[in-house]
Design a protein. Structure first.
Length: 286
């Protein structure tokens, strides 16, 4: 009787552990925590071996206990979520960090907040410039170096979520969906007829030429149209802007980049400057 009870409890515990460990392991893989994922995978393997032995042994009660443990384990596992917690002056803030993209976005948001509070004024200017330009390694380096300072404490943890509304979606301010840019970029590339070996030289020169056409029409507004953009002039300028846009897209393709990412990065940079009050001024890394 005692032996049977022990087997049932053991099977229940393994089933419970399997589902909890699996959920945590997936979270670790998504957030690129390699060592934690490797350690959990060993435990996952042990639980899998136990489940196999129970099935082979045809112990119906033990298999049922194992399944029940797995069900309860799943119930508990989905009640936690991997987040970045910031311990601010007045309250705690949570940002979703269940994937590498969410985690990096959360770090960027936290850095922007602290940078806006002038926490990094004494840091190395070159390193700070990289962080302000969106370099995630530089951002994380700055956050790590000061994470124990007053009002700058943060950590990545798994927390019980009572209300999902308490956790902020880790999306940098100013970000948006620019997927249509990629659709345009693919269509633009399908119309490319220049020699492949010309590559970036051809597209960059074409961009300069079309930009010059736009500028030339702007000049003619002053010279020929008394400073008024006529409907005819407007139509001509829009046509040249379309040609310039084609060369922008094709130049991005030559560089192996997506227009959507270029647009998103540009918005992130500009909104970052806005938050820091440096939209005006000189220098690319301000």
């Amino acid at each position: 009787m005692i032996t049977t009870l022990f087997i049932l409890l053991f099977a229940f515990g393994c089933g419970f552990a399997l589902d909890v460990i699996w959920t945590k392991c997936v979270s670790c893989v998504q957030s690129r925590r390699a060592l934690a994922a490797a350690n959990l995978s060993v435990m996952l393997y042990i639980c899998t071996v136990v489940s196999t032995l129970l099935i082979v042994d045809k112990n119906t009660l033990a298999v049922a206990a194992y399944a029940l443990g797995g069900w309860i384990g799943t119930y508990f596992a989905v009640g936690t979520i991997h987040v970045l917690v910031y311990y601010g002056k007045h309250d705690q803030s949570y940002w979703l960090a269940d994937t590498a993209a969410h985690r990096d976005a959360a770090f960027k948001i936290l850095f922007s907040m602290l940078d806006g509070d002038q926490c990094y004024e004494d840091e190395d200017e070159k390193h700070l410039a990289k962080a302000r330009a969106g370099d995630i390694r530089a951002i994380r380096g700055l956050l790590e170096s000061r994470r124990n300072c007053e009002y700058e404490e943060w950590e990545l943890v798994d927390v019980d979520v009572v209300d999902p509304a308490d956790v902020n979606e880790a999306t940098p301010p100013g970000s948006a969906d620019f997927s249509d840019f990629d659709v345009y970029q693919e269509a633009a590339h399908s119309l490319a007829v220049y020699p492949e070996d010309a590559g970036i030289s051809y597209t960059a020169l074409g961009l300069a030429g079309e930009s010059g056409e736009v500028a030339d029409h702007a000049k003619k507004v002053i010279r020929d149209d008394d400073g008024i953009v006529t409907p005819v002039r407007r139509a001509a300028m829009l046509k040249e802007l379309g040609d310039a846009l084609w060369y922008v897209a094709e130049t991005a393709t030559c560089l192996g980049a997506n227009l959507s990412q270029i647009a998103a990065d540009n918005m992130e940079k500009l909104f970052g400057r806005k938050r820091r009050g440096v939209l005006k001024g000189d220098g690319d890394n301000r």
